[in-house]
Design a protein around this ligand. Sequence first.
Ligand code: KG4
Ligand code: ZN
Length: 332
Amino acid sequence: MIVLGIESSCDETAVAIVKDRKDILSSVVASQIDVHKEFGGVVPEVASRIHVENISYLIEDALKKANLTMDDVDVVAVTKGPGLIGCLHVGVQAAKTLAFAFHKPLVPVHHIAAHIYANELVTDVHYPVLALVVSGGHSQLIYMKEEGSFEILGTTQDDAIGEAFDKVARVMNLGYPGGPKIDKLAKQGKNVYALPKPKTQGKYDFSFSGLKSGVLQFTKRMERQGKTYSDADLACSFQECALNEIFDKIRLVLNDFPDIKHFVVGGGVSANSRLREKVEELKGEYPNVTFTVPPMFACTDNATMIAVAGTIAYEHGRRADASLTADANWEI
Ligand code: KG4
Ligand code: ZN
């Protein structure tokens, strides 16, 4: 089955064509990072305008690169939510137009489910699954008893982890998006600065805003006292603290749910090199669990994951009609 996926939930316009869940026939992404970095973050109104400008070219380009026409496509899949509402509408409108003009089934996709299903590109996922979603908008631990079922065990009480990386990078004047910059800088540093350990209510919940404020207070204190500090050591100390918070909770869930067969990660922060090392370390501790991280190109927003999730949703019978609309807060 050949599925064309469309993604426009934030600052990447993306179109991909995937055959039978795993075979990527084409994938094109137009990133707006260069535009938004001038503002230090995504400006929703600007983002949706650029999606409008790019979307038709990307659809044309994806078909051309795959050497296909719309006649060869079986299903059109699109991100319905969650995300920035004006941005989502652009993708949904384009998908509706394509599906009805060419008489193809239309399948709405959940952006977070798609981040999780990106792992299908490199493995056959075995259930029950524990999925860690770590992106700019979400930090969640999700238990999946079977394909298509999602139970949120833990979530962030405040900032998402990617948001914390971006805000700390801003405090340190590293630029936007901060995640990759902190990742790179941390490699040259050591975990030497004591930062506040997050406090949470729920057993599997996360919190990152105290840690983020801790970094700000640390830099102000050093300035006040006229002391210098190492940017690399601060990046490394922050990253270790944030990731330890996540990995402590992963271990709690894996200990409490011995039926879990497969652990997968999804979302932009799964590109983090230290996070990927820490997943490797877990392998030795839980020999009965399979551990998978998505390929680097499928960590941050892209449309291959939308096409894969669209394939799965289609197989589960999900369809949309002309009444399909975007939903900024769509629950998984
Ligand atoms: O999944 P994504 O592209 O968009 C959302 O759905 O939010 O995630 C973007 C987030 C940003 O916060 C970015 O800083 C973070 O992923 N990110 C990283 C790395 N690469 C991207 N965070 C840490 N280390 C990285 N290497
Ligand atoms: Zn995303």
